[in-house]
Design a protein around this ligand. Structure first.
Ligand SMILES: NC(=O)C1=CN([C@@H]2O[C@H](COP(=O)(O)OP(=O)(O)OC[C@H]3O[C@@H](n4cnc5c(N)ncnc54)[C@H](O)[C@@H]3O)[C@@H](O)[C@H]2O)C=CC1
Ligand SMILES: O=C(O)[C@@H]1CCC=N1
Length: 284
Protein backbone atom coordinates (compact mmCIF):
# COMPACT_ATOMS: atom_id res chain seq x y z
CA UNK A 1 0.00 0.00 0.00
CA UNK A 2 1.37 3.47 -0.89
CA UNK A 3 1.96 6.19 1.69
CA UNK A 4 -0.30 9.17 2.04
CA UNK A 5 0.63 12.33 0.14
CA UNK A 6 0.67 14.23 3.44
CA UNK A 7 1.68 11.72 6.09
CA UNK A 8 1.91 14.25 8.92
CA UNK A 9 -0.37 17.11 7.95
CA UNK A 10 -3.30 17.54 10.36
CA UNK A 11 -6.57 18.82 8.99
CA UNK A 12 -9.43 20.11 11.14
CA UNK A 13 -12.94 20.78 9.86
CA UNK A 14 -15.23 23.30 11.54
CA UNK A 15 -18.70 22.17 10.46
CA UNK A 16 -19.71 18.57 9.94
CA UNK A 17 -22.16 18.84 7.06
CA UNK A 18 -22.45 17.62 3.46
CA UNK A 19 -19.36 19.27 2.03
CA UNK A 20 -17.18 18.25 4.97
CA UNK A 21 -18.22 14.65 4.48
CA UNK A 22 -17.64 14.83 0.72
CA UNK A 23 -14.14 16.24 1.31
CA UNK A 24 -13.25 13.72 4.01
CA UNK A 25 -14.47 10.89 1.77
CA UNK A 26 -12.30 12.18 -1.07
CA UNK A 27 -9.24 12.82 1.10
CA UNK A 28 -9.33 9.42 2.77
CA UNK A 29 -10.24 7.54 -0.42
CA UNK A 30 -7.39 9.26 -2.31
CA UNK A 31 -4.89 8.48 0.48
CA UNK A 32 -4.04 12.15 0.87
CA UNK A 33 -4.36 12.58 4.62
CA UNK A 34 -4.38 9.63 7.05
CA UNK A 35 -7.77 9.34 8.75
CA UNK A 36 -6.06 9.62 12.11
CA UNK A 37 -4.96 13.17 11.23
CA UNK A 38 -8.44 14.46 10.47
CA UNK A 39 -10.67 16.01 13.11
CA UNK A 40 -14.12 17.57 12.91
CA UNK A 41 -16.26 19.72 15.18
CA UNK A 42 -19.78 21.02 14.77
CA UNK A 43 -22.13 23.03 16.91
CA UNK A 44 -23.90 20.42 18.96
CA UNK A 45 -24.59 17.21 17.09
CA UNK A 46 -22.43 14.51 18.70
CA UNK A 47 -24.25 11.74 16.84
CA UNK A 48 -23.18 13.27 13.53
CA UNK A 49 -19.54 13.48 14.69
CA UNK A 50 -19.66 9.85 15.77
CA UNK A 51 -21.15 8.87 12.42
CA UNK A 52 -18.28 10.56 10.55
CA UNK A 53 -15.71 9.07 12.94
CA UNK A 54 -17.12 5.56 12.37
CA UNK A 55 -17.52 5.91 8.63
CA UNK A 56 -14.03 7.29 7.95
CA UNK A 57 -12.12 5.81 10.91
CA UNK A 58 -11.34 9.23 12.37
CA UNK A 59 -9.50 8.62 15.59
CA UNK A 60 -8.55 12.12 16.69
CA UNK A 61 -10.74 13.52 19.43
CA UNK A 62 -13.42 14.83 17.14
CA UNK A 63 -15.29 16.86 19.75
CA UNK A 64 -12.09 18.38 20.95
CA UNK A 65 -11.52 22.05 20.13
CA UNK A 66 -7.84 21.49 20.82
CA UNK A 67 -7.56 18.98 17.98
CA UNK A 68 -8.79 21.66 15.59
CA UNK A 69 -6.47 24.31 16.95
CA UNK A 70 -3.48 21.98 16.61
CA UNK A 71 -4.30 21.34 12.95
CA UNK A 72 -2.03 22.62 10.20
CA UNK A 73 -4.99 23.20 7.91
CA UNK A 74 -8.36 24.34 9.21
CA UNK A 75 -11.30 24.00 6.86
CA UNK A 76 -14.17 26.43 7.49
CA UNK A 77 -17.26 24.52 6.39
CA UNK A 78 -20.15 26.28 8.07
CA UNK A 79 -23.11 28.07 6.53
CA UNK A 80 -22.60 31.74 5.60
CA UNK A 81 -25.27 32.84 8.11
CA UNK A 82 -23.18 31.60 11.05
CA UNK A 83 -19.79 32.53 9.58
CA UNK A 84 -19.28 35.80 11.46
CA UNK A 85 -20.37 34.28 14.76
CA UNK A 86 -18.07 31.26 14.28
CA UNK A 87 -15.18 33.47 13.21
CA UNK A 88 -15.64 35.66 16.26
CA UNK A 89 -15.01 32.59 18.42
CA UNK A 90 -12.30 30.86 16.39
CA UNK A 91 -10.60 33.72 14.51
CA UNK A 92 -8.58 35.02 17.50
CA UNK A 93 -7.28 31.49 18.13
CA UNK A 94 -5.88 30.87 14.66
CA UNK A 95 -2.09 31.08 14.37
CA UNK A 96 0.05 32.66 11.68
CA UNK A 97 1.47 29.33 10.51
CA UNK A 98 -1.94 27.77 9.96
CA UNK A 99 -3.64 27.54 6.63
CA UNK A 100 -7.33 28.46 6.71
CA UNK A 101 -9.22 26.86 3.84
CA UNK A 102 -12.69 28.34 3.53
CA UNK A 103 -15.46 26.68 1.53
CA UNK A 104 -18.11 29.12 2.77
CA UNK A 105 -20.19 30.48 -0.10
CA UNK A 106 -20.03 34.25 -0.54
CA UNK A 107 -17.68 35.06 2.34
CA UNK A 108 -14.51 36.82 1.16
CA UNK A 109 -10.90 36.29 2.23
CA UNK A 110 -10.97 39.90 3.52
CA UNK A 111 -13.89 39.16 5.81
CA UNK A 112 -12.12 36.11 7.22
CA UNK A 113 -8.80 37.93 7.63
CA UNK A 114 -10.56 40.75 9.45
CA UNK A 115 -11.75 38.26 12.09
CA UNK A 116 -8.23 36.91 12.67
CA UNK A 117 -5.80 39.10 14.60
CA UNK A 118 -2.84 37.04 13.32
CA UNK A 119 -1.79 37.29 9.69
CA UNK A 120 -3.23 33.92 8.79
CA UNK A 121 -3.06 32.44 5.32
CA UNK A 122 -6.62 32.29 4.00
CA UNK A 123 -7.37 30.32 0.87
CA UNK A 124 -10.95 30.57 -0.35
CA UNK A 125 -12.23 27.67 -2.32
CA UNK A 126 -15.44 26.39 -3.86
CA UNK A 127 -15.55 22.63 -4.29
CA UNK A 128 -18.67 20.61 -5.01
CA UNK A 129 -20.04 17.42 -3.49
CA UNK A 130 -18.51 15.28 -6.26
CA UNK A 131 -15.42 15.62 -4.08
CA UNK A 132 -16.68 12.42 -2.44
CA UNK A 133 -15.73 10.46 -5.57
CA UNK A 134 -12.68 12.52 -6.51
CA UNK A 135 -14.56 14.48 -9.20
CA UNK A 136 -15.04 17.95 -7.72
CA UNK A 137 -14.68 20.98 -9.97
CA UNK A 138 -12.99 23.26 -7.47
CA UNK A 139 -12.16 26.96 -7.70
CA UNK A 140 -9.46 28.47 -5.57
CA UNK A 141 -8.18 31.97 -4.80
CA UNK A 142 -5.84 33.37 -2.21
CA UNK A 143 -5.96 35.95 0.55
CA UNK A 144 -3.28 38.55 1.16
CA UNK A 145 -1.05 36.55 3.55
CA UNK A 146 -0.87 33.35 1.50
CA UNK A 147 2.65 32.21 0.73
CA UNK A 148 3.56 30.00 -2.19
CA UNK A 149 3.89 26.91 -0.02
CA UNK A 150 0.48 27.54 1.58
CA UNK A 151 -1.11 27.75 -1.82
CA UNK A 152 0.72 24.64 -3.02
CA UNK A 153 -0.54 22.72 0.02
CA UNK A 154 -4.11 23.90 -0.57
CA UNK A 155 -3.92 22.94 -4.23
CA UNK A 156 -2.50 19.48 -3.53
CA UNK A 157 -5.22 18.78 -0.97
CA UNK A 158 -7.94 19.92 -3.35
CA UNK A 159 -6.46 18.20 -6.41
CA UNK A 160 -6.95 14.94 -4.58
CA UNK A 161 -10.72 15.50 -4.73
CA UNK A 162 -10.96 16.66 -8.34
CA UNK A 163 -9.71 19.37 -10.67
CA UNK A 164 -8.65 22.74 -9.31
CA UNK A 165 -8.73 26.01 -11.22
CA UNK A 166 -7.44 29.31 -9.86
CA UNK A 167 -9.81 32.23 -10.38
CA UNK A 168 -9.97 35.89 -9.37
CA UNK A 169 -11.77 36.30 -6.06
CA UNK A 170 -14.30 38.51 -7.90
CA UNK A 171 -15.25 35.41 -9.96
CA UNK A 172 -15.86 33.19 -6.96
CA UNK A 173 -19.61 33.88 -6.76
CA UNK A 174 -19.95 32.97 -10.43
CA UNK A 175 -18.14 29.66 -9.87
CA UNK A 176 -20.41 29.03 -6.88
CA UNK A 177 -23.53 29.52 -9.01
CA UNK A 178 -22.13 27.41 -11.84
CA UNK A 179 -20.11 24.58 -10.31
CA UNK A 180 -20.63 24.68 -6.53
CA UNK A 181 -24.38 24.37 -7.04
CA UNK A 182 -23.91 22.63 -10.40
CA UNK A 183 -24.33 19.01 -9.32
CA UNK A 184 -27.86 19.82 -8.10
CA UNK A 185 -28.86 21.02 -11.58
CA UNK A 186 -27.71 17.74 -13.08
CA UNK A 187 -29.46 15.70 -10.37
CA UNK A 188 -32.64 17.66 -11.05
CA UNK A 189 -32.30 16.87 -14.75
CA UNK A 190 -31.81 13.18 -13.92
CA UNK A 191 -34.88 13.22 -11.66
CA UNK A 192 -36.92 14.74 -14.48
CA UNK A 193 -35.56 12.27 -17.06
CA UNK A 194 -36.31 9.35 -14.78
CA UNK A 195 -39.92 10.46 -14.31
CA UNK A 196 -40.21 10.95 -18.06
CA UNK A 197 -38.69 7.53 -18.69
CA UNK A 198 -41.42 5.96 -16.57
CA UNK A 199 -44.05 8.06 -18.31
CA UNK A 200 -42.98 6.71 -21.72
CA UNK A 201 -43.08 3.11 -20.51
CA UNK A 202 -39.79 2.10 -18.82
CA UNK A 203 -39.27 0.67 -15.34
CA UNK A 204 -37.78 3.31 -13.05
CA UNK A 205 -34.53 1.44 -12.32
CA UNK A 206 -34.01 0.61 -16.00
CA UNK A 207 -34.57 4.27 -16.92
CA UNK A 208 -32.10 5.28 -14.23
CA UNK A 209 -29.39 2.99 -15.63
CA UNK A 210 -29.90 4.38 -19.14
CA UNK A 211 -29.77 7.95 -17.86
CA UNK A 212 -26.63 7.52 -15.77
CA UNK A 213 -24.76 5.86 -18.62
CA UNK A 214 -25.98 8.57 -20.98
CA UNK A 215 -24.59 11.24 -18.59
CA UNK A 216 -21.27 9.46 -18.28
CA UNK A 217 -21.06 8.92 -22.03
CA UNK A 218 -21.83 12.56 -22.81
CA UNK A 219 -19.26 13.78 -20.26
CA UNK A 220 -16.62 11.41 -21.63
CA UNK A 221 -17.35 12.56 -25.18
CA UNK A 222 -16.82 16.17 -24.11
CA UNK A 223 -13.54 15.22 -22.46
CA UNK A 224 -12.12 12.88 -25.08
CA UNK A 225 -13.24 14.31 -28.42
CA UNK A 226 -12.46 17.94 -27.57
CA UNK A 227 -15.47 18.89 -29.70
CA UNK A 228 -17.75 21.78 -28.78
CA UNK A 229 -21.00 20.69 -27.08
CA UNK A 230 -22.98 22.29 -29.89
CA UNK A 231 -21.13 20.12 -32.45
CA UNK A 232 -21.74 16.97 -30.40
CA UNK A 233 -25.41 17.93 -30.11
CA UNK A 234 -25.65 18.37 -33.86
CA UNK A 235 -24.10 14.94 -34.38
CA UNK A 236 -26.99 13.38 -32.43
CA UNK A 237 -29.63 15.40 -34.24
CA UNK A 238 -31.00 14.25 -37.59
CA UNK A 239 -33.14 16.80 -39.40
CA UNK A 240 -36.73 15.87 -38.65
CA UNK A 241 -35.68 12.98 -36.40
CA UNK A 242 -36.30 12.11 -32.76
CA UNK A 243 -33.66 14.36 -31.16
CA UNK A 244 -34.87 17.22 -33.32
CA UNK A 245 -38.34 16.71 -31.89
CA UNK A 246 -37.00 16.49 -28.32
CA UNK A 247 -34.86 19.61 -28.61
CA UNK A 248 -37.76 21.53 -30.15
CA UNK A 249 -39.75 20.78 -26.98
CA UNK A 250 -36.85 21.95 -24.77
CA UNK A 251 -36.67 25.21 -26.73
CA UNK A 252 -40.45 25.67 -26.49
CA UNK A 253 -40.13 25.49 -22.71
CA UNK A 254 -37.16 27.91 -22.65
CA UNK A 255 -34.55 25.38 -21.53
CA UNK A 256 -31.57 27.67 -22.21
CA UNK A 257 -33.18 30.63 -20.46
CA UNK A 258 -34.09 28.45 -17.46
CA UNK A 259 -30.50 27.24 -17.06
CA UNK A 260 -29.13 30.75 -17.51
CA UNK A 261 -31.54 32.13 -14.93
CA UNK A 262 -30.67 29.36 -12.45
CA UNK A 263 -26.96 30.15 -12.64
CA UNK A 264 -27.59 33.89 -12.48
CA UNK A 265 -29.83 33.58 -9.41
CA UNK A 266 -27.38 31.25 -7.64
CA UNK A 267 -24.52 33.66 -8.39
CA UNK A 268 -26.52 36.60 -7.06
CA UNK A 269 -27.40 34.62 -3.95
CA UNK A 270 -23.72 33.91 -3.35
CA UNK A 271 -23.00 37.66 -3.65
CA UNK A 272 -25.81 38.36 -1.19
CA UNK A 273 -24.59 35.77 1.31
CA UNK A 274 -21.30 37.62 1.58
CA UNK A 275 -23.03 40.77 2.80
CA UNK A 276 -23.38 40.88 6.58
CA UNK A 277 -26.99 42.12 6.36
CA UNK A 278 -28.03 38.99 4.42
CA UNK A 279 -27.49 36.94 7.55
CA UNK A 280 -30.63 38.43 8.97
CA UNK A 281 -32.55 37.07 6.01
CA UNK A 282 -34.83 34.12 6.70
CA UNK A 283 -33.87 32.60 3.33
CA UNK A 284 -30.34 31.69 4.55
N1 LIG B 1 -23.08 21.37 0.13
C1 LIG B 1 -22.40 21.76 -0.94
O1 LIG B 1 -22.58 21.23 -2.05
C2 LIG B 1 -21.37 22.85 -0.82
C3 LIG B 1 -21.33 23.67 0.27
N2 LIG B 1 -20.40 24.69 0.33
C4 LIG B 1 -20.36 25.57 1.47
O2 LIG B 1 -19.96 24.83 2.59
C5 LIG B 1 -20.56 25.34 3.77
C6 LIG B 1 -21.24 24.21 4.51
O3 LIG B 1 -22.23 23.68 3.67
P1 LIG B 1 -22.91 22.27 3.96
O4 LIG B 1 -21.87 21.29 4.38
O5 LIG B 1 -23.75 21.97 2.79
O6 LIG B 1 -23.82 22.67 5.21
P2 LIG B 1 -24.49 21.74 6.31
O7 LIG B 1 -25.66 22.47 6.82
O8 LIG B 1 -24.66 20.37 5.78
O9 LIG B 1 -23.38 21.70 7.46
C7 LIG B 1 -23.05 22.80 8.25
C8 LIG B 1 -22.40 22.31 9.53
O10 LIG B 1 -21.96 23.41 10.29
C9 LIG B 1 -22.20 23.10 11.68
N3 LIG B 1 -22.23 24.32 12.48
C10 LIG B 1 -23.21 25.25 12.57
N4 LIG B 1 -22.87 26.18 13.47
C11 LIG B 1 -21.65 25.84 13.94
C12 LIG B 1 -20.79 26.39 14.91
N5 LIG B 1 -21.13 27.49 15.56
N6 LIG B 1 -19.61 25.76 15.15
C13 LIG B 1 -19.28 24.63 14.49
N7 LIG B 1 -20.07 24.05 13.58
C14 LIG B 1 -21.24 24.65 13.31
C15 LIG B 1 -23.50 22.37 11.66
O11 LIG B 1 -23.67 21.66 12.88
C16 LIG B 1 -23.31 21.46 10.45
O12 LIG B 1 -22.61 20.30 10.83
C17 LIG B 1 -21.52 26.43 3.35
O13 LIG B 1 -20.94 27.69 3.55
C18 LIG B 1 -21.71 26.19 1.86
O14 LIG B 1 -21.91 27.38 1.18
C19 LIG B 1 -19.43 24.82 -0.61
C20 LIG B 1 -19.41 24.01 -1.70
C21 LIG B 1 -20.40 23.00 -1.94
O1 LIG C 1 -26.35 25.88 -1.75
C1 LIG C 1 -25.37 26.38 -1.21
O2 LIG C 1 -25.47 27.48 -0.63
C2 LIG C 1 -24.03 25.68 -1.26
C3 LIG C 1 -22.99 26.50 -1.97
C4 LIG C 1 -22.64 25.73 -3.20
C5 LIG C 1 -23.40 24.50 -3.08
N1 LIG C 1 -24.13 24.48 -2.02
Amino acid sequence: MTDHIFEHLRVGFIGAGSITEAMIAGLTRGRVIPSCNISVVNRSNCARLQELADRYQLTRHSHDEQAILESDVIVLAIKPKVASQVLQVWGPKFRENQLILSVIAGVSTNQIEAACPQKVAVVRTMPNTSAAVGRSATAICKGQHVKEYNFATAKTILESIGIVLEVQESQMDAVTGLAGSGPAYFYYMVEAMQKAGVYVGLESDIARQFIIQTCIGAAEMLIHTGKEPSRLREEVTSEGGTTFAGLKALKKFYFEEAICEAILKATERSQELGKPTSHLSSRC
